[in-house]
Design a protein around this ligand. Structure first.
Ligand code: PEP
Ligand code: MG
Length: 904
């Protein structure tokens, strides 16, 4: 296997092998741009190295050959005492991991070549000794794990001894002395001298970059960014060029468009007489590119031309790093630049206008996740507030409020009508009431899968986790020099993870206003809104999947419809049994006779009919899947513990509490060890006579009522938790009878010719959420006109994971071990649970051609899962109203992507 590629040998499409940086350096070299010569050691070599923990067979010889070519090109030898070639050794993985891995500059310098470097630099001793001390510092830290502060302390002492403040005030003699001090630090920690052999320096630096792939911070970053752990990093060995050789030298970064807003026009920072790291480290204030034009017009003009070439070549925003060495411009890096969500949409749309890409490609270049970010309210950062700290953006949104430190306080303060931010070291289930009461949650520990993060996302609450600079106490937290007490106001940004002191104003999302149809006129011509509009319109034209919503109320249904929902895929009727209807459910459960039960059901019937009519009206003309009641009935009753205590206390006081006693007996009777696997769904319908029948009647009557108003109801009755066709057949037989009775037809649910109801057709289908249902889908399809995959339960039962408990309990460990890269409740496990979906799709359609198939679990709104459902061939996905636009966009992207792969 070939492990080393000269820059002339690679190209931009070899990112897997050469990493992003190496592939793009090769591309620029081949475009004839001024790239310092060099070579790339592949990520495969890194993988080999990490597997064996030692040098890779044959790698040394290949490096020898490429180094010889490099030396020939440069007319210098590595570390030559008179005229040394120096190289940088830089990491560069397939996906950018900024600052996570290592770099060593000035490799090749030693006690002899430092003088040669000085001569090369026109007798600039100061520059040469500064470069040497930087090498020892970087090499010591990176290669030999010498604590970085030891070098910083020595530098600080040198400045104190001389009575100066800035590094630049140290002269050549000071730096020569500093090199001696650094060498002592090096020996103290490593037990050996700083290596003088340039080739040994190079080999050790390469090995250190390989190892940095597995540094803690790199591992953590990959986990958060969902970058696979087994890619490895390539290593780039590049001839050094220097931006710190005087005022005719410098270094900078630039973007071909504004990466924050997408606005057209170059944008960048320049630092004269400095090395690359200095710009990023922000040690001096940078200049703008306009200043560079003033300072060095020739380099500026060349840079502008190169940027135009790169944009034209990559057909996208590029970011670059460059260095000017004594008036000669060098390109050190380019890549298709990272950008904000807003810039992604705006740039894609601009490039369509410029004729650079078509709408299909514009659609591919944005994502549902980015659209989601644009839909959250945002902080108005025009006042330029500076964050006091930063954590993991765990659940997006912008929230501010008074800080409280306990769940109980959160509830109390919120009850006074105030906004609160609940601050905890970490949260646990007892904090739930406080989390519900709070505007946002801020923790000092835990990542994206911590309890706080998972629960907050589920509730759609803003959450920042793992802000580990914070010391959280009983009634205050400190971070740096700030102490924030209970009652002080903070603002937290759940997208960026930033935490601000005080109230940062929040503004609603223009994108949501656009979807809602009430866009503030000030934004009517906003390029971002226009970009979202044209790209999502294109997604709608392209997509094959229909997008429905999960909604249980008329208001939700109406909102989802404005967001583009084409029907309801799941109306969870259990939500209609809460609030003041609990009492009716209690009556139903406690009924001692058939008459008492029928009476409770009869009281529920008109209420349910009104519920359904409301929803059918809002979704007039569109399908509405109503699911018959699913959860165990004891969920509607008081808790066993509380009730038992209440009754025991009453008895102690010699009181009789008949109602409570009856209730306690019922709760005990219904108590289950595993309620999720217990009496719920269709099982409930088969055990409690009349319950499903009441709901079916309410649906049919509501449909008939809407039809009578001239509307077009399209109800679909869905039976939950079916595992065997017989369950469905039993429910179906009863439902058909009731429907026929209500609609005045003697036939099946499929239509009627009696006046008023002739337009009404009610389908009957089932959830596929028990693995057995998926595996016997062929049989079940005989009795079902549609399937809707309940991937929440299918994941729960497929993996045997309790969906309510496991994410907080052990998923962090599973993620750490790489058993899965993301919670299977968040994104569908395509191999396992996805396979069940695939089997049921194939066998269901084989048994009943034209069987309608959809998904209504949480995965229906997850971007990756939407692509999977497209590929499997479902007819629709259904998700919460807010995610409808995201699903529309991703369904369009999936269609365009599969067209692309069909062409190949
Ligand atoms: C499911 O299980 O995926 C589903 C949609 O039903 P619920 O979440 O209500 O159990
Ligand atoms: Mg379910």
């Amino acid at each position: 296997m070939k492990f080393v590629y000269d820059f002339h040998e690679g190209n931009k499409d070899l990112k897997d092998l050469l990493g992003g940086k190496g592939a793009n350096l090769a591309e620029m070299t081949n475009l004839g741009l001024p790239v310092p010569p060099g070579f790339t050691i592949t990520a495969e070599a890194c993988k080999e190295f990490l597997k064996n923990g030692t040098q890779v067979d044959g790698l040394g010889t290949e490096i020898d050959e490429h180094l010889a070519t490099l030396e020939r090109d440069m007319g210098r030898r590595l570390g030559d005492a008179n005229d040394p070639l120096l190289v940088s050794v830089r990491s560069g993985a397939k996906f950018s991991m900024p600052g996570m891995m290592e770099t060593v500059l000035n490799v090749g310098l030693n006690d002899a070549s430092v003088d040669g470097l000085s001569r090369q630099a026109g007798g600039n001793d100061r520059f040469a000794w500064d470069s040497y001390r930087r090498l020892i510092q970087m090499f010591g830290k990176t290669v030999c794990e010498v604590p970085g502060h030891e070098f910083e302390d020595a530098l600080h002492e040198a400045k104190v001894a001389k009575g100066v403040k800035d590094d630049v005030q140290l002269d050549a003699d000071d730096l020569r002395a500093l090199v001696t001090a650094y060498k002592k630090v090096f020996v103290k920690h490593t037990g050996h001298e700083f290596p003088q052999d340039p080739r040994e320096q190079l080999d050790l630096a390469i090995a250190a970059v390989f190892r940095s792939w597995n540094a803690d911070r790199a591992v953590l970053y990959r986990r958060q960014e969902r970058i696979p752990a087994d890619l490895g990093t390539a290593v780039n060995v590049v001839a050094m060029v220097f931006g710190n050789l005087g005022s005719d030298s410098g270094t900078g970064v630039a973007f071909t468009r504004d990466p924050a807003t997408g606005e057209q026009g170059v944008y960048g920072d320049y630092l004269s007489n400095a090395q690359g790291e200095d710009v990023v480290a922000g040690i001096r204030n940078t200049l703008s590119l306009a200043d560079l034009e003033r300072l060095d017009k020739k380099s500026y003009d060349e840079l502008m031309q190169i940027m135009a070439t790169l944009e034209g070549h990559y057909r996208d925003l590029c970011d670059i790093e460059f260095t000017i060495e004594r008036g000669k411009l060098w390109m050190l890096q380019t890549r298709v630049g990272k950008r904000t969500a807003a810039a992604a949409f705006t740039i894609a749309s601009q490039l369509v206008d410029e004729g650079v890409i078509d709408l299909d490609e514009a659609l591919i270049r944005v994502s549902g996740a980015q659209l989601g970010q644009l839909m959250f309210p945002r902080f108005d950062l025009s006042g330029d507030p500076s964050p006091i700290t930063r954590g993991v953006g765990a659940s997006p949104g912008a929230a501010y409020g008074e800080v409280v430190f306990t769940a109980q306080r959160a509830v109390e303060v919120a009850a006074q009508g105030k906004q609160v931010i609940l601050v905890r070291r970490e949260t646990n289930p007892d904090d739930l009431p406080g989390m519900i009461a709070a505007q946002g949650i801020l923790t000092s520990r835990g990542g994206k899968t911590s309890h706080a993060a998972v629960v907050a996302r589920g509730m759609g609450k803003t959450c920042v986790c793992g802000a580990d600079e914070m010391e959280v106490g009983q009634s205050s937290f400190t971070v740096g020099s700030h102490t924030v007490n209970e009652g002080d106001v903070v603002s937290i940004d759940g997208t960026t993870g930033r935490v601000y002191l005080g109230e940062v104003p929040v503004r609603p999302s223009e994108v949501v206003q656009y979807f809602e149809g009430d866009l503030d006129p000030a934004h009517a011509n906003d390029p971002l809104v226009y970009a979202v509009h044209r790209i999502i319109t294109h997604a709608d034209e392209k997509r094959r999947l229909t997008v429905r919503t999960n909604a249980d109320t008329g208001a939700d249904a109406a909102r989802a419809r404005r967001f583009g929902a084409q029907g309801i895929g799941l109306c969870r009727t259990e939500h209609m049994f809460l609030g003041d209807r609990r009492e009716l459910v209690e009556r139903l459960i406690l009924a001692r006779t058939d008459a008492e039960r029928d009476d409770a059901l009869a009281t529920l019937l008109p209420l349910q009919r009104a519920d359904f009519l409301d929803i059918f009206r809002e979704m007039n003309g569109l399908p509405v899947t109503v699911r018959l009641i699913d959860p165990p009935l004891h969920e509607f009753l008081p808790s066993l513990e509380e009730l038992a205590v209440k009754v025991a206390v009453a008895h102690e006081h010699g009181q009789r509490v008949e109602h409570d006693e009856q209730m306690l007996a019922a709760v005990r009777r219904m108590h289950e060890q595993n309620p999720m696997l217990g009496l719920r769904g269709v099982r409930l319908g088969l055990v409690i006579p009349g319950l499903f029948a009441m709901q079916v009647r309410a649906i049919a009557e509501a449909a008939a009522a809407l039809a009578a108003e001239g509307g077009k109801p399209r109800p679909e009755i869905m039976v939950p938790l079916v595992g065997a066709v017989q369950e469905l057949e039993t429910v179906r037989a009863e439902a058909e009878k009731i429907i026929a009775e209500v609609l005045g037809s003697s036939g099946s649910a499929g239509g009627s010719d009696s006046p008023g109801s002739s337009a009404v057709e009610i389908l009957i289908g089932t959830m596929i959420e028990v693995p057995r249902a998926a595996l016997t889908a062929g049989q079940i399809a005989e009795a079902a006109e549609f399937f809707s995959f309940g991937t929440n339960d299918l994941t729960q039962m497929g993996w045997g994971f309790s969906r309510d408990d496991v994410e907080g309990a052990f998923f962090w460990r599973y993620l750490e071990l790489g058993i899965f890269g993301i919670s299977p409740f968040e994104s569908i496990d395509t191999d396992g649970v996805g396979r069940l979906v695939r089997i049921a799709t194939e066998e269901g359609r084989a048994a009943r051609p034209g069987l309608k198939l959809g998904v209504c679990g949480e995965h229906g709104g997850d971007p990756d899962s939407v692509h999977f459902f497209h590929e499997v061939g479902l007819d629709y996905v259904s998700c919460s109203p807010f995610r409808v636009p995201i699903a529309r966009l991703e369904a369009g992207r999936a269609a365009v992507e599969s067209e692309g792969s069909d062409h190949r």
